[in-house]
Design a protein around this ligand. Structure first.
Ligand code: UDP
Length: 415
């Protein structure tokens, strides 16, 4: 009921010239202190979404600095993921019908995964459990390896939760030796988490999505998709989902077009064949675009993968993130890292990324349109914003920093 993922190899030394020397040394030092420690990550899936994106870099780098690290995913049926999707939304405040049957399914898959962990005979110094799906692993592995330290990593905003689901999970969450959140504001209200540790996520500057791509190569890729690289374009890369507000982005584009008629808009979103909500929202966005030849909608299913996302982000004149609600928004750090001027909503984890003058925070569609127009008309202003955004990401949101914060927590727990 647990499946091992092979995330490949990475070397910390490759990041040496990108990050500050002190950070590099700190990571190496922590690696030496923890040499030979055994850490297991458990998450729900190895494909799609921010958690998988992070683990594909964090796990190989942990290994590279001397920690014996593995990553297992839960082997669950559709019924289980339906329940946990409901939990996920409920913890972010949505209504949820918490049934006896749903609880039984959730507990059964957690019980089976815990049994698999115990039966594997492997012992870990730290087991790091990601998000609500495997949150009961510790509970059902009761009595297993008493020395093991357990960490629960919450990637979502649980500050306005559905109380029923939270009250059910809370005794289990507080039972972990530590709880990692992205921001203090995301922790549940009126609850004291004994081992609360704040660690924001980070991006991999050397992955195909974020590695340096020349302007010429980017222009070539963009032109292959029918977008005119000689004319300015706005882009948003996000799932087709009401919280990412692609329709609002089209409104922003329309307001910009009144002032800058040659503007184009590129909306990119990853889609799954079995995600009817995603398709419904894709169709709504297509209808809203109303046949406008300067609006382009792309997805992984039309061959827009990591390199193509990289190309569009690398040469967009303005990158928009018009989210209504956002956990962290890795895609914001990805665009800032490419030194693009960013216009983004003041929600969730976005303001901590769009800080220090690297980007423009907005609250409304007219404000977003005005910011885009200003950036399109003033090259020097756009360049300086882009540069500052990139430096802010270099200091705060590249993977070696997240690696350092994780290692420091393990060192605190296992001495
Ligand atoms: N992403 C992608 N292709 C797409 C849309 C999104 O590769 O068409 C990636 C994006 O680059 C980012 C991740 O999916 O790495 C989304 O993470 P984020 O935290 O921004 O949002 P989430 O989808 O987790 O709410």
């Amino acid at each position: 009921m647990l499946q091992r993922v092979n995330p490949g190899n990475k070397s910390l030394a490759d990041y040496r010239s990108i990050i500050r020397r002190e950070l590099y040394d700190e990571v190496v030092e922590l690696g030496k202190r923890l040499d030979g420690a055994r850490v297991l990550h458990v998450s729900a899936t190895s494909f799609g979404g921010g958690v998988a994106e992070i683990l594909y870099t964090l796990v190989p780098l942990m290994r590279d600095v001397g920690i014996e690290t593995e990553w297992d995913i839960m082997f669950g049926a559709e019924a289980f993921f339906n329940v946990t999707k409901g939990f996920h939304n409920a913890l972010q405040g949505a209504d949820y019908d918490f049934t006896v049957e749903g609880k039984a399914i959730y507990e059964e898959y957690n019980r089976q995964s815990a049994a698999a962990l115990v039966e594997s005979g492997e012992e870990w110094d730290v087991v790091l459990v990601h998000d609500p799906q495997p949150a009961l692993l510790k509970h059902f592995a009761d009595g297993y390896a008493p020395e093991t330290k357990w960490i629960w990593r919450c990637h979502i905003d649980t500050s306005t939760p559905n109380r029923q689901v939270l009250d059910y999970l809370l005794p289990h969450i507080t039972d972990y030796d530590a709880q990692i959140y992205t921001m203090a504001e995301y922790t549940p209200p009126d609850v004291s988490l004994p081992g609360l540790t704040l660690i924001p996520p980070a991006i991999d500057p050397l992955s195909p999505k974020n590695m340096a791509l020349s302007a010429d190569d980017s222009r070539y890729i963009v032109s292959q998709f029918g977008v005119d690289p000689e004319r300015p374009f706005l882009t948003q890369v996000s799932r087709f989902d009401p919280w990412k507000d692609p329709l609002g982005v089209i409104d922003v584009y329309r307001a910009v077009k009144e002032e800058v008629p040659e503007i184009q808009l590129v909306l990119i979103g990853s889609m799954a064949h079995d995600d009817p909500e995603g398709w419904d929202y894709w169709n709504r966005t297509v209808n809203y675009a109303d046949g406008d030849k300067d609006i382009f909608l792309f997805s992984n299913l039309t061959n827009v993968g990591a390199i193509e996302v990289n190309a569009f982000q690398s040469i967009a004149d303005v990158v928009i993130q018009k989210s209504i609600r956002e956990g962290f928004g890795l895609v914001v750090a990805e665009a800032l890292w490419k030194a693009r001027p960013m216009v983004a909503s003041r929600v969730g984890g976005i303001p901590m990324q769009v800080a220090a003058g690297g980007g423009i925070l907005v609250d409304t569609i007219p404000e977003a349109a005005e910011a885009c127009i200003k950036l399109l008309k003033d090259d020097e202003f756009a360049r300086s914003i882009g540069r500052r955004g990139k430096e802010h990401v270099r200091e705060n949101f590249l993977m070696p920093r997240q690696l350092r914060d994780n290692l420091a927590l393990y060192a605190k727990l296992i001495g």
